[in-house]
Ligand binder design. Structure first.
Ligand code: ATP
Ligand code: MG
Length: 433
């Protein structure tokens, strides 16, 4: 192996012994008879101190390296309190593993912030920055927490098809593709499949996967390919059972994020774990509240981005970051949403600081009602034959939600663009890298 130690893992016990370290050349300071090379690896940086007199040939090879080249160095590790980490390495030999071309399209340690497009165009270099890596380390940690929490609640992990025959919700924001002689679509959610699974006796399922939405507009909180945690659970009384799982899931993920001390330090963030249960505001009250703030909202429609923000500001005044909006009008929710009395539904959203992070509901499990609702929404039940079949031979009451991972991270870390939270974003204009 080209590495015996990471920068941050060298401790006093290694002092005065030979170690092998590897990484990227972040910076070189050549003072003539002595040079300092800052080497960066996954865990941090370390200093190589190269003396011209002692190793003249090595000195020449190292000082002529372009920044961001990859090297592996063997050398003596010496305690030095004046140096970062409390030690330096005096190289005896070096393997030059890759020489970086110059100039770099994007600096890694530049003081001046590059514009966002330049960063995304050169994402592999952008991802070398500790503050960018920190986001993905936290992402990995919160996803681990999601798996753990859902498994602890007896949810089975499943994977449903991403190439599908018809739209999940009759929406128009689907990517079409040619599937041999037929037309197919990329899944915009696992909705119809996860619901179908409720007819199998698996009772509780979850899926963490990516979805595709052909939303035309470039916004700071929409991607065309995004990742979500979806669940579906059977034998529920009503949507309250689903909201309870959602709030505990969010709590577990938020808590795990708060334990990522190193990454939060790099991002200069503190994460305050929200208290449970989250407050529930019925849609009618939301409309009242935001109309008082002069929103033109009419009863019955979904909240606009601006309405969500207005509500977020109102809640913020009371120190509330997380809240459910419940009892949405039936007409504002998808066809599979369980009606409640005449005009209302058992659909809800979870909002975080004025941004929707999840939508869920109790679903309709009665096939006759489902067909009625499909028709009422202008959809043809024939297009949903395969889905409806799951409801004809025994289907328990059930419900679930979809929870956007990038949306969640964006709010968790107060980032102002959702593209920060996905490695290689897909948006209206970006298909590479
Ligand atoms: P919005 O109204 O914010 O566009 P939506 O109501 O269309 O979202 P849902 O179909 O309810 O979205 O999807 C469930 C969750 O998936 C959302 O609450 C959000 O967290 C996430 N999500 C939906 N669409 C996108 C997208 N285009 N990019 C990123 N995340 C998304
Ligand atoms: Mg929604």
């Amino acid at each position: 192996m080209y590495r015996s130690h990471y920068s941050k893992e060298i401790s006093k016990t290694e002092y005065n012994s030979t170690v092998t370290v590897s990484g990227w050349v972040e910076d070189i300071r050549n003072l003539g008879s002595i040079a300092f090379l800052i080497l960066r690896d996954k865990k941090g940086t370390l200093q190589l101190t190269i003396l011209k007199k002692k190793t003249p040939e090595l000195f020449e090879r190292l000082i002529s390296l372009p920044r961001e080249s990859v090297i592996s160095v063997q050398g003596l590790c010496k305690e030095n309190e004046k140096v970062r980490n409390g030690y330096e390495i005096l190289p005896d030999s070096v393997d030059i593993l890759s020489i970086a071309e110059t100039p770099l399209p994007l600096g890694v340690v530049d003081k001046v912030e590059a514009d966002f497009d330049t960063r995304l165009d050169n994402r592999i270099i952008d991802l070398r920055k500790p503050e960018v890596q920190a986001i993905f380390k936290i992402r990995s940690a919160v996803l681990a927490a999601a798996h753990e929490y859902l498994r602890s609640q007896h949810f089975l992990e499943v994977h449903t098809p991403k190439i599908i025959a018809s739209s999940s919700e009759g929406g128009t924001d689907m990517f079409k593709l040619r599937y041999f002689e037929k037309e197919a679509f990329l899944a915009q959610s696992p909705q119809l499949y996860k619901q179908s699974l409720m007819a199998t006796g698996l009772d509780r399922v979850y899926e963490i996967a990516w979805y595709f939405r052909a939303e035309e507009h470039n916004t700071r909180r929409h991607l065309n390919e995004s990742t979500a945690v979806d669940i579906e659970m059977a034998f529920i009384q009503d949507e309250e059972d689903v909201m309870q799982i959602l709030e505990h899931l969010v709590h577990a993920m938020w808590k795990r994020a708060s334990e990522c001390r190193e990454e939060l330090d790099i991002l200069k963030k503190t994460v305050t774990i929200p208290t449970l249960p989250f407050i529930k505001v019925p849609y009618d009250d939301v409309v009242d509240k935001i109309q008082q703030q002069h929103s033109p909202i009419q009863w019955g429609v979904d909240l606009s981005t601006e309405d969500e923000r207005l509500l977020g500001d109102i809640m913020k005044k009371d120190g509330i970051d997380f809240y459910f909006i419940t009892k949405y009008p039936l007409e504002s929710k998808p066809f599979y949403t369980m009606p409640d009395k005449e005009k209302y539904s058992r659909g809800f959203d979870l909002e975080c600081k004025g941004v929707e992070v999840s939508s869920g509901s109790q679903r309709i499990h009665d096939v006759a009602l489902l067909i009625e609702r499909l028709k009422a929404c202008g959809l043809d039940p024939k297009d949903f034959d395969a889905y409806l079949k799951a409801f004809r031979y025994g289907m328990p009451p059930h419900g679930g939600f979809g929870f956007g991972i990038e949306r969640f991270l964006m709010e968790l870390l107060d980032l102002n663009n959702i593209r920060e939270c996905i490695l290689f974003p897909r948006d209206r204009s970006r298909l590479t890298p």
